[in-house]
Design a protein. Structure first.
Length: 124
């Protein structure tokens, strides 16, 4: 029997989270019903993500972040997907912050280590 599991994240902005999912071309539904049969959990959550191999949701936690919820037996796949989502979320966050500060993206590269390096510039 599998368990209902939640994974705490630092993802706090739903718009940035959706941008990250879009970047990764992950299918998601907003304000959708998430059902975990074995635990009996049923509820409408802000986002339900469906990949080829797994389905999981994001719901608002008490601290204002979005926690990932899903089935314990699929959490390995969910955690790997979350790593990618968190990286794209951070990328989108930096893009928004730099644009708001008047910077322009000049160059972007992804290294072999999958680290994204960005060069921004602001003309005074």
């Amino acid at each position: 029997m599998s368990k209902f599991v939640k994974v705490q994240t630092q993802l706090r902005d739903l718009a940035l989270l959706k941008r990250a999912l879009d970047d990764l071309r992950l299918d998601y539904r907003e304000n959708a019903r998430f059902v975990h049969v074995w635990s009996g959990f049923t509820g409408v959550v802000p986002l339900v993500v469906q990949t080829e191999r797994v389905k999981f949701g994001f719901r608002l936690a008490e601290d204002g972040s979005y926690e990932a919820i899903g089935d314990e037996m699929q959490m390995g796949i969910v955690r790997n997907t979350l790593k990618q989502v968190q990286q794209r979320y951070a990328y989108q966050s930096v893009r928004v912050a730099t644009q708001e500060a008047g910077f322009e993206l000049v160059e972007e590269a992804v290294g072999r280590d999958q680290v994204i390096r960005m060069t921004v510039r602001r003309w005074s």
